[in-house]
Write a protein that binds this ligand. Structure first.
Ligand SMILES: CC(C)(COP(=O)(O)OP(=O)(O)OC[C@H]1O[C@@H](n2cnc3c(N)ncnc32)[C@H](O)[C@@H]1OP(=O)(O)O)[C@@H](O)C(=O)NCCC(=O)NCCS
Length: 173
């Protein structure tokens, strides 16, 4: 399978929505991407599509979030959502999207990526339990689904605080 991973373009918007709707079986995530696209933090180079024979079959978004405490504020990327067309799942497309996304995130100089996701899936990319550091989420989830990856050595070491997602994350859910 000849899969091309690249940043989104305007003409991909409808396909990105469709892939998210199909993969999640609901419209929330696709709507979230559309809402975030209108915000300042959105970088189309960090919204990656997987293209197969000129068709979009997968999508992943990395969006900048803040981790805040009383004194300081840190920046990281949040990985979400990620979607592969059901017909093409389990063929390594998700894998390629995550790897390329991490590469682009590094190029932009981001220091870390956080994800709320499957504890068995993300460690293969180097993600570790976020409990290794001192970050909290603004909502309750089981500890093991909150993971983080340092893109720069010890970047998360000095972090202490609560993750602040943009409003659009919640509006769409
Ligand atoms: C999760 C998802 C993006 C993975 O894409 P993919 O192209 O199928 O992934 P890959 O082929 O690279 O990897 C397959 C692995 O993902 C695992 N996987 C499949 N669905 C998963 C899910 N919902 N959560 C965690 N892991 C999942 C498979 O078990 C497989 O693991 P293995 O390699 O240990 O056998 C895709 O299955 C999907 O779109 N799922 C529905 C939407 C979703 O749940 N997104 C993630 C939350 S944002």
């Amino acid at each position: 399978m000849d899969i091309l991973i690249r940043g989104e373009r305007k003409e991909d918007y409808d396909d990105i929505k469709k892939i998210n709707d199909l993969a999640f079986g609901q419209e929330n995530e696709g709507r979230m991407v559309e809402a975030l696209r209108k915000t300042r933090g959105y970088n189309p180079k960090l919204s990656l599509v997987a293209e197969l024979n000129n068709n979009i079959v997968g999508h992943i978004l990395f969006y900048p979030i803040k981790i805040k405490n009383e004194k300081k504020e840190f920046t990281a990327l949040s990985l979400a959502p990620m979607a592969v067309c059901p017909k093409y799942q389990n063929k390594g497309i998700g894998n390629k999207l995550v790897i390329k996304g991490i590469e682009v995130a590094r190029e932009y100089g981001f220091g870390a990526v956080i994800v709320v996701g499957h504890p068995k899936y993300y460690p293969r990319f180097g993600f570790q339990p976020a409990s290794n550091w001192r970050m909290q989420l603004p909502f309750d989830v089981p500890d093991d689904v909150f993971l983080a990856l340092e893109l720069r050595n010890n970047y998360l070491k000095s972090f202490r605080g609560k993750v602040e997602y943009p409003r659009e994350y919640f509006d769409a859910l």
